[in-house]
Write a protein that binds this ligand. Structure first.
Ligand SMILES: [Zn+2]
Length: 262
C-alpha cells in the first residue's frame, strides 16, 4: 500500500434502464448507482490517470517504490447480476481490475449471478471475494454460524471459480474480533468492512475500511472521495450513525432506519 494510503470504494448493484433491481426498499436503492453514473466515475478516474485495482493488488503495492500514479480499489458487494453485465465491461474498458465480494446463498436468485456467471466473471480476470453465505450480520451470529458464513462459504466459492478466495467483506459492515479470527484461521488474507477511512501501510489487512458509494453522489464529491479529501465529511455522518447503532443494537437500528427512509 502506498505511504499516503488508498481509498477503497464499495459499490453494490448497478441500475440498468428498464431492468428491475434485486430489492425495492429505500434503504437498498440508496446504494444502487445508475450504470451511466458508474461509467462516468470510471471514465473520470481513467482520464485523470488513476489506476483501478483489486484488493489484493493494493495490498502488495510497496509503500515506497514505484507506483507514483494515484490509485483506488474498486469493490462490489452481494454478487448482483449487474456485476457481470454492467460493471465488468465498464471496468474492462478502463483497464481496471476490481474485487467482487459474493454472497454465496444469493447465487441463482432473481437479479443475482448464477454459478456460471460467477465463473465467467472470475475467468475474465476479476477477483472474487466472499461476502458470507446468507448475508447475516456476523456480530449477531454464534461460533457455529461463523464457520458456516465464513469458512464453508469460502469453500463453495472456490469450488465454483476454481481459484483461492482470499478476501472477505462483512455484510452490513458488521465486524468484530471473532469474525477476524475465524477468517484468519480459514486462510483469508484480508477482511473489509465499511468504516470510512483511507487504508495505509499501517492499516491491518484484516481491518480494511471502504467508502460506501451512494446513488446521489455527484462527480465532484466522487473526486473528493477518491483523493481522500472528502472523507472527513462522510466520517462526521458515520459518527452519528454508529453511535445510534451502539445504543439501539442492529435490529432496532435497522427498523428505525427503514421507518425513516420510507
Ligand atoms: Zn452486502
Amino acid at each position: 500500500m502506498p505511504e499516503r494510503g488508498v481509498v477503497f470504494l464499495m459499490y453494490h448493484e448497478l441500475e440498468i434502464p428498464s431492468r428491475p433491481l434485486c430489492r425495492s426498499e429505500a434503504g437498498y436503492s440508496r446504494y444502487v448507482l445508475e450504470e451511466a453514473d458508474f461509467r462516468s466515475q470510471m471514465r473520470w478516474l481513467q482520464q485523470a490517470g488513476w489506476r483501478g485495482m483489486s484488493v489484493s493488488e493494493a495490498l502488495v503495492l510497496a509503500p515506497q517504490n514505484g507506483e507514483q500514479r494515484h490509485g483506488v480499489v474498486v469493490t462490489f458487494d452481494d454478487g448482483c447480476e449487474s456485476d457481470l453485465t454492467a460493471a465488468a465491461p465498464i471496468l474492462k474498458d478502463a483497464g481496471y481490475n476490481a474485487t467482487f465480494y459474493v454472497t454465496v446463498g444469493f447465487l441463482g436468485q432473481r437479479g443475482y449471478m448464477n454459478p456460471n456467471q460467477l465463473h465467467e466473471l472470475s475467468a475474465a480476470g476479476f477477483q472474487i471475494g466472499c461476502h458470507s453465505m446468507t448475508h447475516a450480520y456476523l456480530t449477531d451470529v454464534d461460533e457455529c454460524g461463523l464457520q458456516y458464513e465464513i469458512v464453508q462459504a469460502k469453500a463453495q466459492l472456490e469450488n465454483i471459480v476454481g481459484k483461492a478466495v482470499e478476501n472477505f467483506s462483512c455484510p452490513g459492515g458488521r465486524c468484530d474480533a471473532r469474525v477476524i479470527q475465524v477468517a484468519k484461521r480459514a486462510g483469508y488474507q484480508s477482511v473489509a468492512h465499511s468504516r470510512i477511512q483511507m487504508n495505509t501501510p499501517m492499516t491491518s489487512p484484516f481491518d480494511l475500511g471502504r467508502i460506501p458509494m451512494l446513488r446521489q453522489t455527484q462527480l465532484p464529491a466522487f473526486q473528493e472521495i477518491c483523493s481522500g479529501d472528502g472523507l472527513w465529511k462522510l466520517q462526521l455522518r458515520e459518527g452519528v450513525r454508529s453511535a445510534a447503532k451502539r445504543v439501539l443494537g442492529n435490529s432496532l437500528y435497522d427498523r428505525g432506519r427503514a421507518l425513516l427512509l420510507r
